[in-house]
Design a protein around this ligand. Structure first.
Ligand SMILES: [Ca+2]
Length: 302
């Protein structure tokens, strides 16, 4: 046994396998035939099947600043990766400064409309409370939006108002009864494939109701289509029964973790439940109150 001798031979063997020399001072990696023009020739593959790239030294800002660069290090390169800094950098020994060769953008989330419904064009009339499903009139390409659907317990008898989407038959007395009897409108939002979406806001909207229409409602959400959770507290819709309707405040959804950082694996169902009508014929509508969309869901797209 001559362990040190064998060990030395093994090291040489491994080294020769990984690196090839040609000429004086030339090194080839994954090639036994480095270019005569190259001191170091790095080939992407040695078998034509498995490939790799060149990964420059990756450093944080502090680490880069600790590199003891001097006048001989003109051209030294690193990849700076820290926070929003993602830059290939080269050392400029004349200016004694690191200079960007190329910086890659960091994708900041973009705040945008995810889904919007404009009820202005809806004509109303006999038995017409707007289509169900009522497809969104504006949609972000980052999401797939399922249209507004009247629950099976919402009626469309009588005559619907112009510039509004809704129905009647909300004459149940409690939230629980309203849910049991399908007195709700729903719509869904699903991130498109490959997208990361957070649902953060519902803009101010407007509710119109008749004098015998539902007095109260609540927003809910579900991420499995079965289990629904309240968003805030029950809302008293207001006493205005004319076309002016009752303006409702914006809703902040950013504090609901279940609605943030969603992928295409999750479909969010929003549900607007209504109760407290004093007559079956009492109506309730999402009402036109502004140019363009009257119900708007917003959020962040990565
Ligand atoms: Ca409108």
């Amino acid at each position: 046994m001559n362990y040190p001798h064998d060990y030395w031979r093994l090291c040489v063997l491994i080294f020769c396998f990984l690196f090839s020399y040609k000429g004086v001072g030339q090194v080839g990696i994954n090639t036994s035939n480095p270019s005569p023009a190259a001191v170091l020739d790095v080939n992407s593959s040695n078998d034509g099947i498995n490939f790799g790239g060149f990964l420059p030294p990756k450093v944080s800002l502090t680490q880069r600043n600790n590199i003891p660069v001097g006048t001989n290090d003109d051209g030294l390169m690193v990849f700076l990766s820290e926070g929003t800094n993602r830059c290939l950098q080269i050392y400029d020994a004349i200016e004694s400064a690191w200079s960007n060769v190329y910086c890659m953008p960091v994708n900041d989330p973009v705040y945008t409309l995810l889904a919007g419904w404009n009820v202005s064009p809806l004509t109303g009339g006999s038995g017409n409370y707007g289509p169900s499903p009522f497809a969104a009139t504006a949609t972000s390409p980052s999401v797939i939006v399922g249209g507004l659907i009247r629950g099976a317990g919402i009626g469309t008898g009588g005559s619907g108002a112009t510039g509004a989407w809704g129905g009647n038959s909300f004459n149940v007395t409690t939230k629980a009864n309203a849910i049991t009897n399908n007195k709700f409108a729903t719509f869904t939002i699903t991130p498109s494939s490959g997208e990361n979406v957070s649902i953060t806001d519902i803009d101010p909207y407007n509710i119109r109701r008749s004098g015998t229409g539902p007095t109260t409602g609540i927003w809910q959400y579900s991420i499995n289509g079965v289990d629904f959770f309240d968003i805030g507290s029950p809302i008293t819709w207001g006493g205005t029964t004319s076309a002016a309707g009752n303006l409702q405040p914006a809703m902040d959804l950013s504090g609901i973790p279940a609605l943030q950082n969603l992928t295409s694996a999750t479909t969010v169902t929003f549900r607007l439940v209504n109760w407290g009508a004093s007559a079956a014929g009492g109506t309730w509508y999402l009402n036109n109150f502004q140019t363009g969309d009257d119900l708007i869901v917003r959020g962040y797209v990565n």
